[in-house]
Design a protein around this ligand. Structure first.
Ligand code: UDP
Length: 243
């Protein structure tokens, strides 16, 4: 990752860009030149995980681009007096990449989520983006070490590999297997297939604009409360402990 245009928060260098510029100036050139590219969309929970686990931090830092997914990251940057321009979320990037892939007939692979969710998400993608080539798709309950499985994905020559295993698994899988590939945008997108499949609702725009997407997700999935605590700890470290 080039450090020219980044803001470092707790040791994680975030690219300072906008959603539109990121696609146009960073991802499209990689796609055009068939270069490999590893994208991490990091929220406060991921930053905390990286803080607590050296191996995970090293993996994250091998990414070509780390973009701020979460209002907490923007608040931390502002507090450091190095504001980041805007949130660039895994969900929005997925939509942008799907739309670009549709316009250019690109080949996409969809790895992650439960079997029926994965299938439903892919059929929704096929319906809404009929010109995308589906390189293949597979649920995310896989043997992380399985080289043959990763090679079978590589053989389908995808331009974009959406990896929705949640963190840290998705970044670990990308790190372990991307060397086998000669091209491809690899992006970890967490629970996005659950949203595409309609299993988990995306927060309404008004909640997002009020920076309350995290609260909406907590209300819909109360089992997420532990993650919210991690985000609270992140904010505490930013504002109070200043480490
Ligand atoms: N998942 C998976 N394999 C696993 C563990 C999780 O495919 O071994 C999927 C899970 O079904 C869900 C996504 O990964 O679709 C994780 O969603 P979560 O909301 O936890 O993502 P995050 O909050 O990390 O974005």
């Amino acid at each position: 990752m080039s450090f020219n245009n980044t803001v470092t928060i707790m040791g994680i260098p975030f690219l300072n860009t906008t959603r539109n510029d990121f696609l146009r100036d960073y991802l499209v050139p990689r796609l055009d030149e068939e270069q490999k590219c590893f994208v991490v969309t990091a929220n406060p929970e991921i930053v905390m995980k990286a803080r607590e686990n050296d191996t995970y931090r090293q993996i994250i830092r091998t990414a070509d681009y780390i973009v701020p997914d979460g209002v907490g990251i923007l608040k931390a940057a502002k507090f450091q007096k190095q504001p980041l321009q805007e949130r660039v979320t895994g969900y929005d990037l997925t939509l942008d990449l799907l739309s670009y892939a549709n316009d250019h007939g690109l080949n996409c692979y969809f790895l992650g989520a439960k079997d029926e969710i994965n299938a439903k998400a892919v059929s929704e993608v096929q319906r809404s983006y009929p010109h995308i080539q589906i390189a293949g798709h597979h649920h995310g309950y896989i043997d992380m070490e399985d080289e043959t499985f990763a090679e079978s994905i590589q053989n389908s020559e995808p331009d974009i590999i959406f990896v929705a295993l949640g963190s840290p698994k998705q970044e670990q899988w990308i790190m372990k297997h991307k060397e086998k590939f000669s091209k491809g945008i690899f992006i970890g997108i967490g629970g996005v297939f659950d949203v595409l499949a309609g299993k988990v609702p995306r927060a309404p725009k008004a909640w997002i604009n009020l920076n309350l997407e995290w609260l909406y997700r907590l209300l819909k999935q109360p089992s997420r409360w532990k993650r919210i605590l991690k985000a609270v700890e992140f904010m505490f470290r930013v504002y109070v402990k200043k480490d």
